[in-house]
Design a protein around this ligand. Structure first.
Ligand code: MBD
Ligand code: FE
Length: 308
């Protein structure tokens, strides 16, 4: 049995009242968005004949999701965070078609306030027996001019795919640093090659993904904010080439220009030049920042993040 009541005056008045449209006070924008979402939800219930049991299962799910603190994780998994990137890309292409390094999603695991250093940083504390990674390059503008005094804020997972702060077994700010580019616009860091992340297996995000036949894993990656006065802040990641999930990321963050070569350095000269005791892998990657031509680029509306 299916009934169609959504367009009746009674239901339309209900939606107006429920979203505050009939009230003289409150925020107009909030009312508009709430009205649209409620209307679309009622239309979904009507069109798909959503049962009361299904609706209450959804309500219970939202409580579980909030209790677990996984709302932002599901946002990434639904591809909504990537959708925002696609919208920014399209907007940007209209304003100024000159491209910098591609943006890609921030994800839910950034922590504010990582230690600062100039030119170089070591990200790991040496306690984990991971493959040593050296990553370095330039921060420059779209004309190739190096940017001195820019910040490369970098964070990544350990060899188990876990992030410090959220994984309490790691020391504060492990694998998280802010590196200021030197006078030539260069940055460099030493760390260990991360493993890919997987959603908590018993959490609500993984539960929903499993219900719709999806996995909740990401290929190995390293996150960055790169910014400097006068330039648009870049939020991006690089992927570790060769990861089997490179093009099967549950968060849809992989982009073609964000997969640099990972070069094995096992020869004694390279090892000695870096002062390392073991072979390592080297990644060279330049970050290209677009000018902050649009005044809105100066207004970075940061999402809520953990503070270390
Ligand atoms: C991550 O490490 C991540 O980058 C994203 C987008 C989601 C979950 C974990
Ligand atoms: Fe991540």
């Amino acid at each position: 049995m299916s009934v169609a009541i959504i367009n009746t005056t009674e239901v339309q008045q209900l939606l107006d009242a429920a979203s505050g449209l009939s009230s003289q006070t409150g925020d107009t924008r909030a009312k508009e968005i709430v009205h649209r979402i409620l209307s679309d939800l009622c239309k979904t219930i009507e069109d798909l004949n959503v049962t009361p049991d299904e609706l209450w299962a959804g309500v219970d799910y939202l409580n579980d999701l909030g209790r677990a603190g996984e709302a932002a994780l599901l946002t990434a998994g639904f591809g909504l965070e990537h959708f925002l990137d696609l919208r920014l890309d399209a907007e940007e292409a209209l304003l100024d078609p000159r491209k910098g390094t591609s943006r890609t999603i921030e994800g839910p695991l950034y922590v504010e306030g990582a230690p600062m250093s100039k030119g170089f940083a070591r990200l790991d504390d040496g306690t984990e027996q991971g493959k040593v990674l050296i990553m370095h390059g330039l921060v420059h503008d779209i004309n190739g001019r190096p940017i001195a005094g820019g910040i490369v804020d970098v964070w990544h997972a350990n060899t188990k795919g876990l992030y410090s702060h959220f994984d309490k077994s790691q020391p504060p700010f492990n694998l998280r640093r802010r590196i200021e580019t030197d006078e030539n616009g260069r940055y460099e860091f030493q760390s260990i090659v991360p493993s890919g992340y997987g959603c908590p297996p018993d959490g609500p995000t993984q539960a929903l993904l499993s219900t719709i036949g999806r996995h909740g894993r990401r290929p190995a990656h390293i996150h960055f904010f790169v910014y400097a006065p006068g330039y648009q802040k870049l939020t991006t990641q690089i992927n570790i080439a060769g990861d089997p999930l490179l093009h099967d990321d549950f968060a849809f963050a992989t982009r073609d220009d964000l997969i640099p070569d990972v070069v094995e350095r096992a020869d004694p000269e390279s090892i000695k030049a870096k002062g390392l005791p073991t072979p390592f892998v080297e990644v060279e990657f330049d970050f290209v920042l677009r000018p902050a031509s649009d005044p809105r680029h100066g207004v970075v509306l940061r999402r809520r993040a953990a503070v270390g």
